[in-house]
Design a protein around this ligand. Sequence first.
Ligand code: IVH
Length: 707
Amino acid sequence: MNQAADETTIARVQTLRAQLQAASYAYYVLDAPDLPDEVYDRLYRELQDLEAAHPDLVTPDSPTQRVGEKPATQFTSVRHNIPLYSLENAFDLTEFRAWEDRWRRQAPTVGKVEYVAELKIDGNALALTYENGVLVRGVTRGDGVSGEDITPNVRTIRSIPLRLNTDTPPPVVEVRGEAFLPLDVFEQINAEREARGEALFANPRNAAAGTLRQLDSRIVAARRLDFFAYTVHLRDEEMKEKEHPSSSSPSSSSSPSPSTPPSPSPSPSPSSQWAALDLLQTLGFRVNPNRQLCQSETEVQAYFNEWDTKRAQLSYLTDGVVVKLNDFALQQQLGFTQKFPRWAVALKYPAEEVPTLLEAVSFQVGRTGAVTPVAELRPVQLAGTTVARATLHNADRLAELDIHQGDTVIVRKAGEIIPEVVRVLGELRPEHATKATMPTHCPQCASALVKPEDEAVTRCINSSCPAIVQGAIIHWARRDALDIEGLGEKWVKQLVEQGLVQSVADLYGLTVEALLPLDRMGQKSAQNLVDAIAASKTRPWASVLYALGIRHVGTVNAKTLAQHFPTVAALATASPDEIEAVHTIGPEIAQAVFQWFRVPANQTLIDRLQRAGLQLAASPEEQAQLAPGPLAGKTFVLTGTLPTLTRPEASAIIEAAGGKVTSSVSKATDYLVAGEKAGSKLTKAETLGIAILSEAELVAMAGPQTA
Ligand code: IVH
């Protein structure tokens, strides 16, 4: 240890720092990671080891000397009262034991301990401040010392209570936890981005980060972010920690000692992590149910192994297990290093990368005409599923990988849902292998492909290309578009191949007789399909507009446009400037919409849809629903006695602001307005994680026109 460093070591340290710095800039500031986490972790570890062996090489600006990167600047930067520490990683049992040995050396008299094992949620940490029980601030982790104030966005997360569920809230409470996107939402967002020709998010964590930093909180609201809480700081504890940020000497705990009788107050200061999680749940937070109180290292290991397989069934991603010493007095005794708590460790699941053989490269044509190269692989087991295909993204990526027929490739499915080829093992390439290149002509319709210089995407621009037509029909039938039940891929493929449908307008001329000749189509399913298509004629104008598949027009933009242009004629004749004048609609979107209506084939399509009886104008009800009241689209339930308003008065306020009042609490409820003597509705709302409002909060949300 501690030898003078040679030139090679000095150079290596410098290289590592530069690489880590570039990677963390891409990750934290740009939200566009360019290094797999596993690689980053290894490089980081290598640097840490070199610095440990040569302490004279440590500089204050080394990536090991700070928690992260500077936050980007669109939101106000806020200093955290207590820094948001990160966790030390352990990649195997030996490393876990090393952590155990380390903290035990600091607390040699401690015998048997309890551990809390929690899933490590692969999301974004948030710090939430409640003053007198009311949510006043939500801040991102940022660089751990200061983050961005994203309170309006945080308020849209339904699993975050706007008010703590207690009658006697401490003056200040800070709750921390992980915001994340459920996998199905992530897939939906990416599908929409693909439809709009935008770059895809690499994984749910980046999609969540991008969403949290959206300046328009309405977009955030539409994205169903979720949140699991894992720590709670009551003000007095917070002050203590501020005074002794890395105290390692035993000090008296602020928590009641075990001999103190249980306090009658509903939110006593917890004395263990296990109790803190229960308290968080009582206060109205979503706490991950898969936690476990472990009595030994063996139990921790068993939990880790159990979740290595079970995590594949979760609706969100977890990349490991966080192990915390349960007793807060012991936590306090151990304290923090510059970066980590000494009383916790993250046991990480190994990287999910495997080698396999590339059998062929095929080319898929999407509904926007985008041509994606796809690796056809010898099937391998990866992250609990069999993978036989992996995306190669686009022409640039294909060229960069320099992939050849018969190559051995590394496929990865870490955060990603779609497996991808991360690299090629060139040294294993068979002799005379041919290089894979993008085709010049569409594999579906043979027309010439187009790739604009400044875009990554290669496109087929033949609007009657069968792949584009199929994609357009599948999009048309989507649940959030015209919701045509039963019109899935297998029927669409046949309808297009048999020449029965060449445009979505053709769907409305289909009859039972015309459908019967299709492979495996019976009388009953034919009738159901015809009925489902007919039912789609009642879908509102905003849904039709989204279903048309105009570039950049996802569900949110479609609603906004439908609200400002209540008829197709109004939109079709609007100038780009008029479209752009709509708040949140940018020049790119305006151009895409304007251009779309200039294409003769699209004008014909609109005429045919009009004749088929689709809703190309907003009905009065739709207009009312689209009206931009502050509570538009939100469903409320009232319960208990409100301090000043009667029920009809409260309902009137909600409705005037565009909201809806229903009588019973269900998953569809957005807010429960609770007064005195609230009963079972309150309990039900809590179990469903529905936000609870007081009368005052409701009035504030409904805005000035109701006051
Ligand atoms: S505790 C002082 N518990 O993992 C310790 N963190 O790699 C605070 N994370 O920054 C963290 N799930 O964003 C904790 N159950 C969990 C977690 C968790 C995910 C994140 C957190 C942290 C990162 C460290």
